[in-house]
Design a protein around this ligand. Structure first.
Ligand SMILES: [Zn+2]
Length: 322
């Protein structure tokens, strides 16, 4: 992480980081609430915080997102530093000698992905250009993260955002809202999006391998996801059987009827999207595969926790009774 210029970040830089990596630091019980919240949001921030490689001397090889594969410690796994013989605190330039990558022969699909990406980088890296940390929102990189600017860039100009109520509402879980927010803009790094960035990877859906992995296929049309939705549909009215696209999902959430059912559909949708995305990443990065019934089990368990933790709030009381 580079040291950005603001009083707030200076404070955290000196107090918590010094020379350690923001991505690996462990929270401590003496940390402030705000700092611990920020550390919890790291996984989400990673989807947006990218490094544009200059000389490779400050970008962390394992922890910064400098390739379309995202954080390599996640893509390759915790055994990566040993497998690639590169220390955890290595910078990208440590993987190079003169104009050659000095990595051992790949022994897993993840390592093959990395090697194939490395061949797209022209060498040697530019010695006089620093690595630049960018907050990527949509297709436009911002050199410094500002939530207002990110929002301005993400916000569609012509039309009002017509899903605001579905993403941000009282009682929502922040990490769920965040994934839903990114999904609404269709900027989650699905395989079809990675391919448009020039990455030579398969675009097959990781769940079914029969279609291209787009947002709408992955979350709405894939048989795997439909098995999860079917369980949700049984519990949420009005009953539907499928969604053909994202706008149908949004219309369903807002369907007329009692407010408590609308709240239930909002909560359920965010929880399903979050868990499907999590399961998809687990499958791709860790080869951990669960049947749809297990994903629904996680969704169901989390829904119960969300509702019972909020039982003293007015709008949630009605859900307790149902
Ligand atoms: Zn599929």
């Amino acid at each position: 992480m580079s040291k950005p210029p603001s009083l707030w970040s200076d404070w955290h830089w000196n107090k918590h980081l010094q020379e350690r990596s923001f991505w690996t630091i462990e929270p401590s019980t003496t940390d402030s609430w705000a700092w611990r919240r920020l550390l919890k949001l790291r996984d989400l921030a990673l989807q947006f915080c990218k490094v544009s490689l200059g000389n490779g001397k400050s970008a962390s090889f394992w922890f910064d997102s400098w390739s379309p594969l995202g954080q390599l410690i996640t893509h390759i796994g915790p055994q990566g530093p040993r497998a690639l013989r590169l220390r955890q605190d290595a910078v990208v330039a440590d993987a190079l000698q003169d104009s050659t990558w000095i990595l051992p022969h790949p022994r897993s699909q993840q390592e093959v992905d990395l090697h194939s990406y490395l061949t797209t980088i022209s060498l040697p890296l530019s010695p006089d250009i620093d690595d630049i940390y960018e907050w990527i929102a949509g297709d436009s990189p911002l050199r410094v993260f500002r939530s207002s600017t990110t929002w301005e860039i993400l916000r569609p100009r012509q039309e009002e955002v017509d899903w605001h109520d579905v993403v941000w509402f009282k009682g929502a879980i922040p990490k769920h809202s965040f994934t839903m927010w990114v999904a609404n803009y269709d900027i989650l790094p699905t395989r079809s999006r990675l391919a448009t960035w020039g990455m030579a990877i398969t675009t097959d859906c990781p769940f079914c391998s029969r279609s291209i992995e787009t947002r709408d296929h992955l979350f709405l049309r894939c048989e795997y996801s439909l098995d999860v939705w079917r369980e949700v549909f049984i519990r949420c009215h009005p009953p539907v059987s499928t969604f053909t696209d994202w706008s149908e999902l949004l219309s369903w959430i807002r369907a007329v009827g009692p407010a408590k059912l609308k709240l239930m559909r909002k909560l359920a949708t965010q929880t399903v999207i979050f868990h499907l995305w999590k399961q998809r990443n687990n499958l791709i990065h860790n080869q951990i595969s669960f049947p749809p019934a297990s994903v629904f089990y996680f969704v169901d368990k989390e829904m119960r926790n969300i509702i019972s933790a909020r039982k003293h709030r007015n709008q949630f009381q009605s859900l307790m009774a149902s």
